[in-house]
Ligand binder design. Structure first.
Ligand code: FAD
Ligand code: SF4
Length: 513
């Protein structure tokens, strides 16, 4: 009888992964590895590594309980080579499997390494498509073929129709509109706090994982003073139910709001669970549809939430696989400045940035608008080195895997892909941050000023960014208004703004901003 080895990546922790669905329980062996190659690719947040170790170890236990043979290579095993190449070759020698079955790796570089092994060592690998996603890679490529612009909105409508999510029997959108963003994304009317979140009992596995991270990776970003994550699919399901019941009703209206010292607000915090396999995207969307059909949540919240998963998440994955590996080297705006030290420490006088980085250190999380319009926006305006920003985002968030982080950073936040993901740069002055948050009250800088002594750095940097990239952006109809505003400024004012931006960039280089 054939004996196969099933290799599971650390983001494939689900019985629904195609490789496990193919398993013959009586003969096959499941292989999982804890590798320094992965833990140390970038200085991943300590909570993220503890999450990885805890979820993998719990899942391996679940496999064993189900009578499945598991070859588990732990971090501290004496013969762990700490590379995927080394471990697959070792496993081949140990078990002489007929085939090594692997569901598509989510990240390009793992696939590349394994393909090299197949070529150089005749490793008998059989790749399977990862059908946890709504959209097959080939399906995305067909959708994209021949299109000048790959607009997420149109891709999303196709997905809604194909998977019959929030559409009527004629394929028309429920409620008459595809997108209810007009009702979402409102500025805060008053101070908003995050509602209570679930906490989960710390299992022995979690405690051991935390101790291991403290021992091996305490020089990595963040800290382990707290660890609140769900680490099994059952716990992740509790998180999903809690979100649907208590938070989703307000998700839409509060989606873009930022509040000082409030990391979560009404966001789901489900990305880590969906990305690692504890929850399936289908399961999450189905739960939101059901709550809407039962009249528990308004359409704008249900649609807004589903769009993030069925639309953005699938679209971003399609972009990654369509453009890798060249995508990683994109730098359309020639951004080369060093990443400021405060991205790692939170030590800056800019209250918005200091608070978002501090929250990231505390939670390995910040919500989309904090990522896009605070840390991302500042990096865009200041022309920070694209690869350094990409590595930072990959390191600091518990949900960060290259396939989803990279197009969001390089494409959406930095416009480094020249407009594949975003139709215009998400560049904004301090006025946006002031409108959508309470960060500016209490900041050392004055958000109303662009050139005064205490002028908000986002303001001069914003105009300087537009001025610097005029030849590229002035032809964009969505940016005409901004250039018209700049052109109305007197030459003296323009010069003063550009000088102020230069002054702030010099302070940035000296780590004094
Ligand atoms: P919610 O706000 O509750 O949204 C619900 C779900 O929608 C998320 O759990 C996620 O699965 C999905 N989603 C929402 N927006 C996106 C998006 N733009 N791309 C893909 N999925 C999306 N998301 C990651 O999962 N991993 C990353 O490494 C990552 N890096 C990012 C880097 C930058 C610069 C930016 C601007 C965004 C990034 N995102 C990333 C997207 C988004 O910010 C996170 O998915 C979201 O903040 C996760 O929090 P949540 O689960 O509370 O999301
Ligand atoms: Fe951020 Fe400027 Fe507001 Fe300060 S004033 S919090 S730097 S936007």
């Amino acid at each position: 009888m054939k004996k196969n080895l099933i290799y599971l990546f650390l983001d494939q922790l689900s019985f629904e992964v195609s490789s496990l669905k193919r398993m013959n329980k009586s003969t096959d062996i499941v292989m999982m590895c804890e590798l320094d190659e992965q833990m140390c690719q970038v200085p991943h947040h300590q909570q993220k590594i503890a999450y990885w170790l805890s979820t993998m170890r719990h899942f391996a236990e679940k496999l064993r309980m189900a009578g499945i043979q598991v070859h588990y290579v732990a971090l501290e095993d004496a013969d762990n080579t700490h590379t995927i190449t080394g471990e697959l070759l070792r496993a081949k020698a140990l078990f002489s499997p007929d085939a090594i079955i692997i569901a598509d790796s989510s990240e390009w570089h793992w696939q590349e390494k394994i393909n090299q092994l197949i070529k150089n060592h005749s490793l008998p690998v059989e790749w399977l498509s990862d059908d946890r996603f709504f959209c097959e890679k080939s399906e995305f490529f067909s959708w994209a073929k021949g299109k000048k612009k790959l607009l997420m909105e149109y891709f999303y409508r196709e997905m809604r129709k194909k998977h019959r999510i929030l559409v009527d029997e004629k394929g028309k959108p429920v409620g008459g509109e595809w997108n209810y963003d007009k009702q979402n994304r409102q500025p805060p009317k008053s101070t908003i706090s995050s509602p209570p979140r679930l906490s989960h009992k710390k299992s022995t596995i979690i405690k051991e994982s935390i101790a291991l991270v403290k021992k091996r990776y305490n020089h990595h970003f963040g800290h382990l003073n707290r660890f609140y994550y769900a680490v099994t699919s059952e716990q992740a399901m509790l998180e999903l139910n809690h979100f649907i019941e208590k938070l989703l009703p307000h998700f839409g209206e509060y989606q873009d709001i930022m509040q000082y010292n409030e990391a979560y607000l009404y966001h789901s915090l489900l990305s880590s669970y969906i990305n690692s396999g504890l929850l399936l995207p289908r399961q999450v969307c189905a739960a939101a549809v059901k709550a809407f059909q039962q009249g528990k949540i308004p359409l704008n919240s249900a649609e807004g939430f589903i769009r993030q998963i069925l639309g953005w998440r699938e679209y971003i994955r399609g972009i990654y696989w369509m453009y890798m590996p060249q995508y990683a080297a994109s730098n359309t705006l020639h951004a080369t400045r060093a990443l400021p030290a405060f991205y790692w420490s939170g030590k800056t006088q800019m209250r918005c940035l200091s608070n978002v980085v501090q929250q990231t250190m505390d939670h390995a999380y910040s919500h989309h608008i904090q990522r896009l319009m605070v840390t991302g926006n500042f990096a865009l305006l200041s022309g920070i080195n694209v690869n350094a920003v990409h590595e930072w985002y990959l390191a600091v968030y518990a949900d960060a895997y290259e396939w989803v982080e990279m197009p969001n950073t390089i494409g959406m936040a930095l416009f480094a892909d020249g407009g594949i993901v975003a139709s215009k740069p998400y560049a904004a002055s301090g006025a946006y941050i002031q409108r959508m948050s309470n960060f500016c009250k209490g900041c050392a800088f004055n958000v109303k000023e662009a050139i005064g002594e205490k002028a908000c750095p986002f303001n001069s940097l914003y105009w300087s960014f537009l001025n610097r990239h005029r030849s590229l952006f002035q032809v964009n109809p969505r940016m005409t208004y901004m250039y018209a505003t700049w052109d109305k400024f007197s030459t003296e004012k323009q010069t003063a703004i550009l000088n102020k931006a230069q002054y702030y960039l010099q302070l940035l280089e000296k780590n004094k901003l």
